[in-house]
Design a protein around this ligand. Structure first.
Ligand SMILES: *Cc1c(COP(=O)(O)O)cnc(C)c1O
Length: 368
């Protein structure tokens, strides 16, 4: 036993559960990892080439100001460069946000079930995560989130589209919600999946940031841009907030390979957008086929779908594992399935069909 003093607050902080790797599958069949909402496509050749070239200089520290990427983002998004802060993925930025805003005992309000990093980053700062249940469609209940704000609240996290349940927030409802939030509370619009959204009524985080000084918009290169392994994300916020987020960043956290890959990816935006469009069309194919099989599935605006399986979640995950598909189960709430290459999606549909038949044979309802 060690006597080393560790902060007691750590005892209450859950450990991040990473998605399982692809299962080996049944004989002769390839396995697929559909458990981390990753992009199934390998990096673009133009991006890889930049990474290779930059690798020759990794004896040097990266640019601490991440200036090339911030300048490129400033042009790409048409926002001042001072309004951009970068981090090691948007999980890194979330940590910077909580460090910049919360003292021990302060509160971070967010929907639940939502992104599992939220209670972790809040807890690490000694802040208290205040969780507000999503409704039976997996949607944020903004009225209840508003009612949960107290004088200890420093941050409200809105996840749109919501991971893992799928729906995006509606722009008008967020517009109506923001005036209820005290102006000294930071509202984070986490848009990790914004590139996959095709609901025209969905919240536009950039527009909300432009019109509200206490709104910060979070984006990442991990999902649509396929750079999950390099760890780079960014925040768009008004000058004082963005400066605080740069101050609380890990020094040299965004490395040179990540920076060149992100800049090259912005240049290859159109090519990447074609891949995103393929994934979005696969998403609607899977959604419609599941509905035809009798499943009740919430709207899906990210690169994943949510099966609200309740207590059948474990059995479904086991069936998928046996077929070589690694999915993400959240207790007895449901299972999140990443949309990937069509062969993997076809396997999901096969498993879902067999599972639905077995369930109806035993007289069970598919979803809660
Ligand atoms: C994946 C994800 C992120 C981003 O993760 P990083 O890889 O750290 O950029 C942020 N928010 C949500 C809701 C996510 O699902």
């Amino acid at each position: 036993m060690s006597d080393v003093h560790l902060r007691q607050t750590l005892d209450a902080v859950p450990t991040y559960q990473a998605g399982k790797p692809a299962a080996s599958g049944i004989a002769g069949q390839v396995g697929f990892k559909l458990s981390s909402n990753e992009n199934p496509y390998p990096p673009l050749p133009s991006v890889l080439e930049q990474i290779r070239a930059a690798a020759a200089s990794i004896n040097r520290y990266p640019d601490a100001s991440v200036g090339t990427l911030r300048t490129a983002l400033s042009t790409f998004l048409d926002v001042p460069v001072e309004h951009i802060a970068t981090g090691t993925g948007s999980v890194g930025i979330l940590g910077q946000i909580v460090q910049a805003t919360c003292d021990a005992g302060d509160e971070v309000v967010h929907a639940w079930r939502s992104f599992e990093a939220y209670p972790i980053v809040a807890g690490l700062a000694g802040a208290r995560p205040v969780q507000v249940a999503v409704d039976d469609q997996g949607r944020h209940q903004l009225d209840k989130i508003g009612a949960a704000i107290t004088d200890r609240t420093r941050v409200v996290l809105l996840c749109t589209p919501n991971n893992p349940t799928g729906p995006a927030l509606c722009h008008e409802e967020v517009e109506a919600f923001l005036p209820q939030v005290p102006s000294d509370v930071l509202v984070v619009i986490d848009e990790a999946y914004v590139e996959f959204v095709n609901d025209p009524a969905a919240a536009d985080g950039l527009a909300l940031y432009r019109s509200h000084p206490n709104v910060v918009c979070l984006r990442t290169f991990s999902k649509a841009y396929g750079l999950a392994g390099l760890r780079v994300g960014y925040a768009i916020a008004h000058a004082p907030v963005a400066a605080a987020l740069r101050k609380t960043a890990v020094t040299f956290g965004v490395n040179a390979l990540a920076e060149v890959a992100a800049v090259a990816s912005l240049k290859a935006h159109d090519e990447l957008q074609d891949r995103v469009a393929d994934l979005v069309s696969e998403r609607s194919r899977v959604l419609h086929k599941l509905q035809a099989q009798g499943w009740t599935v919430p709207d899906a605006q990210g690169n994943f779908i949510w099966l609200p399986l309740g207590t059948a979640s474990e059995a479904f995950t086991v069936a998928a594992d046996q077929a070589g598909l690694s999915l993400r189960r959240f207790g007895d709430e449901g299972v999140r399935v990443t949309i990937a290459e069509s062969a993997a999606n076809d396997m999901v549909l096969d498993i879902a069909r067999a599972f639905a038949h077995a369930q109806s044979d035993s007289g069970n309802q598919l979803s809660r």
